[in-house]
Design a protein around this ligand. Structure first.
Ligand code: PRP
Ligand code: URA
Length: 209
């Protein structure tokens, strides 16, 4: 079902967005803020995972809790998507990681695929979380979703830190079955496809290039 969940009204999300956006934030602090924000987006996005009851014996009594009952896949879109994967694996150590390597041609803004390492998703029940800090024109996200669907993925969500309304519209028009979880929906794109106010180039800032 197409829905966009924006988390910016949470004070800790907004607080970390200030650090992420500021042109004075160095790579180390940028990475730390990106990881904290990724954690908050991931917690929101995993709220409705399929879970089953499991008994657990405490020192006091036996009780029940819910445990995740499906395969979880994190799919970073290289390279900036790597910024969100470690936090995902910290939250769900049993999760798997599949990779889609894409970059946006700087002239045409069209996504170019250069790497794929994905399983056959038809083999088991799964939830796939595509992670990429930036959703700008939506070209990269749509290309990644197309590829994942070719591999049989059915339960897909897109997790970002900053999204442009243009990218959200593009994803929903091509893939109305996707949910988007994002820290912030920004104003829009400038004439060279950068998000305004955004944070600049996420990959360059995260990797210090
Ligand atoms: C950035 C970002 C997204 C893409 C978003 O990656 O991480 O993948 O741009 O733009 P779009 O919505 O217009 O497609 P980039 O192409 O800069 O590659 P990088 O992650 O290797 O730096
Ligand atoms: N990719 C980025 O890293 N930043 C933008 O503003 C747009 C695409």
């Amino acid at each position: 079902m197409s829905q966009v969940i924006e988390l910016k009204s949470h004070p800790l999300v907004s607080h970390n967005l200030v650090i992420l956006r500021s042109k004075d934030t160095d790579s180390q602090r940028f990475r730390e803020a990106a990881q904290r924000l990724s954690n908050m987006v991931l917690v929101a996005a995993t709220e409705s995972l399929n879970a089953v009851e499991q008994a657990v014996e405490t020192p006091m009594k036996t009780t029940t809790e819910m445990v995740v009952a499906e395969d979880i896949w994190f799919i970073p879109i290289l390279r900036a998507g790597l910024a969100m994967v470690d936090e995902g694996l910290r939250l769900i150590p049993e999760a798997h990681v599949g990779i889609v390597g894409l970059y946006r041609d700087e002239e045409t803004l069209q996504p170019q695929t250069y790497y794929k390492n994905l399983p056959d998703f038809t083999r088991s029940a799964h939830s796939c979380f595509i992670v990429d800090p930036m959703l700008a024109t939506g070209g990269s996200a749509c290309a990644a979703i197309d590829i994942l669907k070719e591999y049989g993925a059915t339960d897909l969500s897109l997790l970002t830190l900053i999204s442009a309304p243009e990218g959200i519209k593009e994803v929903f028009s091509k893939h109305p079955d996707i949910s988007i979880f994002t820290a912030s929906v920004d104003e829009g794109l400038n004439d060279i496809g950068y998000i305004i106010p955004g944070l600049g180039d996420a990959g360059d800032r995260y990797f210090g290039t």
